[in-house]
Ligand binder design. Structure first.
Ligand SMILES: Cc1ncc(C[n+]2csc(CCOP(=O)(O)OP(=O)(O)O)c2C)c(N)n1
Ligand code: SF4
Length: 301
């Protein structure tokens, strides 16, 4: 997709990184002074162009306006903050969602067959006697279509894993086919007249579904369209990791992520479309946050 320079700058992940990383008071101070950020202000430049310590490269190989990069950055920052880079192992699904973390990070990583990340993560977690901090990166094609059985069964087995779920309402990597999360009426290459419930079924709400499963300790849905959302998402990702670190249960965060090529829109329009339609179908919030995974009923022996 061809974009003007202005559009690329205004919507690219790098700028989203920049804007979102600025503390609000710093931003307000700069704006109230009515001047552009000075090139020689090292702190500001670090905030603008810096990267998580556990990332080896700055920037992103993803399309202009793809919010996967912003989400990946949040994951990197949380791993830095928790000081777990040496014992973290990422398991990437197949798709754009794992591209940045897989190409940029200093922690160990591997990729699973499409949808099988929770199964491979289980093997790694158990093979390290629970010592490794294992998280999966999965898209809505990877997790909610081909991989749904693997995800549910990992929670049913009581695995202590963390999953970051990128919901961009379709398959990005393979050119924009319908996913289980695609909205009713949304046009994709496999729903050229818009998704119809009669033939395409209904959008799936994975964060709510996960909240109903006994092995899950934390489930939330977040977004990264504003500074406030960025902060809330970072807190949610941190909590999802903490549930694993504290051996409480499965930690799950669904994050809404705009994909301009999927929508055949320019980045700025794709973001507006997301705010209008995705937020209506997929409410943001925490659906479960418990400190122990309780047993409902036990047979007396
Ligand atoms: C078993 C199998 N089936 C299909 C594919 C083709 N394939 C690769 S990526 C992908 C879709 C990925 O979409 P999603 O998980 O939503 O990630 P996104 O690219 O949107 O981040 C598909 C169908 C595959 N690699 N393996
Ligand atoms: S196709 Fe979509 S999900 Fe993939 S990098 Fe581009 S914007 Fe991101």
């Amino acid at each position: 997709m061809r974009c003007t320079n202005e559009e690329v700058i205004s919507a690219s992940p790098l700028r989203v990184f920049c804007i979102l990383l600025l503390e609000e008071d710093v931003l307000q101070r700069e704006v109230s002074k009515g001047r552009k950020m000075e090139d020689n202000n090292k702190d500001l430049r670090r905030l603008i162009s810096g990267r998580p310590k556990c990332f080896m490269i700055a920037g992103s190989p993803l399309c202009a306006g793809c919010q996967h990069g912003t989400i990946s950055r949040i994951i990197g920052e949380v791993i830095d903050d928790l000081g777990i880079v040496g014992k973290t192992i990422a398991v990437g699904g197949v798709g754009c969602h794992s591209m940045l973390v897989m190409s940029a990070s200093k922690f160990d990583l591997t990729t699973a067959l499409h949808g099988r990340a929770p199964a491979l993560g289980t093997g790694i977690k158990r093979g390290t006697d629970g010592k490794a901090i294992v998280f999966t990166l999965q898209g809505d094609g990877d997790l909610a279509a081909i991989g749904m059985g693997d995800l549910i069964n990992a929670t049913v087995r009581g695995e202590k894993l963390t999953t970051i779920f990128f919901n961009n309402a379709g398959y990005g990597t393979t050119g924009g086919q319908m996913a289980p999360t695609t909205l009713i009426g949304q046009t994709t290459t496999t729903t050229p007249s818009g998704r119809s419930p009669d033939t395409g079924g209904f959008p799936i709400h994975v964060a709510e579904l996960m909240a109903g499963l006994a092995g899950v300790a934390y489930s939330a849905r977040c977004a990264v369209n504003t500074i406030a959302q960025y902060k809330r998402t970072k807190k949610a990702v941190r909590t999802a990791f903490q549930k694993q670190i504290d051996n409480i249960g499965y930690g799950f965060v669904e994050i809404l992520s705009a994909c301009p090529p999927l929508l055949k829109m320019r980045p700025t329009d794709a973001r507006k479309w997301f705010e209008k339609h995705m937020f209506a179908e997929y409410p943001l919030g925490e659906f479960k946050n418990v400190d122990e995974t309780k047993i409902q009923y036990q047979v007396e022996t």
